[in-house]
Design a binder for this molecule. Sequence first.
Ligand SMILES: C[S@@+](CC[C@H](N)C(=O)[O-])C[C@H]1O[C@@H](n2cnc3c(N)ncnc32)[C@H](O)[C@@H]1O
Length: 553
Amino acid sequence: MGTKLSELQKEKIREIDDIASVSFNQEQKAIAKKIIENTPDSDLHEVFNFITQRVKLGFVFDEAPEVNHDAVSFVRENENLNINITNLENLAGNIEHKLIIGENYDALKNLLVTHYEKIDVIYIDPPYNTEAMKGDGNDYKDEISANKFIYRDKFTRNGWLNMMNERLKLARKLLKDSGVIFISIDDREQAYLKVLCDEIFGEENFVANFIVQHNPRGRSLSKILAQTHEYCISYCRDYKNLKPFLLNKTDKSIAEYNRQDEKGLYREMRLMNGNRNFTRQERPNLYFPLYVNPQNCLVSTQRNEKYTDEVFPINSFNVEQCWTWSKNKIERENDLIVARKKSNGKWGIYRKDYLNENSSLTKTKTILADKMFNNENGTETIRKIFNDSVFSTPKPVELIKYLVNFVLPQSISQSSRPIILDFFAGSGTTAQAVMELNAEDGGRRECILVTNNENNIAINVTRERLYRVINGEGINGESIKWQYSKDKKCLEGNSVRVFEIETHELSLKDLEKAQDLTNIAKGELQKLNPEYDINDELKIYSELASLNPQKDK
Ligand SMILES: C[S@@+](CC[C@H](N)C(=O)[O-])C[C@H]1O[C@@H](n2cnc3c(N)ncnc32)[C@H](O)[C@@H]1O
């Protein structure tokens, strides 16, 4: 080769590298790169699409939404909409969240500049592609011209998948390498979304397809069955960095841990191995007597004047079983062993099993059936906050708290400032969930919401909700029925910086205008992330160019 690669060729090669190895193996990637290196920029988009569509498994997704190269779209703070932002820089203890009002594709591109690989958790609840959602601004079905499609039979579904595909590809780049994404979805698109996510995040990074019992009575919409559940699909950026998802304190399985001492909650497990394959014959070295001190129920491997009562691992059918721990282990960890008198008057020997990260029982189950996850709780919360049902499909706050807490438990959230992003924010449930979690465990989680302003929802619902839960009253002083807890009226100590997305005509040939816009964009992007700081002139132009907005539909 030896020839210099163009910027576009480099970008396409990076995209090839980004494709999950299950969809595109190393050999295929090498061939693809060779083709790209030998293709002129003018043909590169088509050739790239051709190569990736040929090799990928599963469905074929359409091209990205077209971008408008003669304009840039960047976030701009609207101070009039801010909530409790003061000029006193970073009031001690205050946590600043962000609300971006506008098309999420454009918002995600802005976030790529400021938050590349900086997001800990993404939760989204996109439109489920039901007819009822038609007209919410995401219906590309009728607009995609025939020549953009290779397989026309996927036409209508492709509209939805296209929309998700483009956004999820950007979202993946925002995730930290320990980051996790959760996507609520129902039966209509679940299977298709799963395949799409396999392709974007890699099958190897699939975490779970949670079943959420959102309506225990069932929706009457189905003629044959009562639909009681939907899903929450979850992927991580890199499976090897994922920590176990532990149960929350509210989970029922934790009820088994019904004893407590200075080391925490524990349950008692029988020390005798109840498995029939583990008898004295099979494990002779695990068959030995233990001695109980009847005064304090402590246990020793040696008999003496205090430890008098001899116990063997013999079950109720008089079968000689064995212990689960060796003599050595029992001596080493003797403080975990206790004896209890059973109803038949004989001694049972138990070991304490503390609730901790290694315990299998503390891992969460993939069916989320608790009533706190019912959708009607979301509706009820909205009703209390607004004294009215102003939004029809809010998620229950508890569901999002539960999910976020898997990835960002108290231990992580007190010591760092993790970021949670929701780019289909709707009524803003995710921000309320984040603020509530912080109030409960002293965490410092920050939330970024993105929502469009269909029917003025962003102003009348999203922002107003955040204002109300933070201040305990409406923007015009309206009193509300919602209260955070018995002794805490609202979620004070939080503020929200509100941005809108602004679009400017621009040709990068008009250097003077580009320079002016760059300066404005840079200042605004810095408000989105105060750590964002780019001084390299060339980089600024390329960052600005990356903010080309999606073409008007
Ligand atoms: C199902 S709702 C989310 C509800 C949310 N989980 C809650 O609890 O309130 C989806 C929201 O995403 C918004 N939305 C849809 N497409 C969007 C887009 N392309 N950009 C920004 N927001 C979008 C819609 O306005 C809608 O409010």
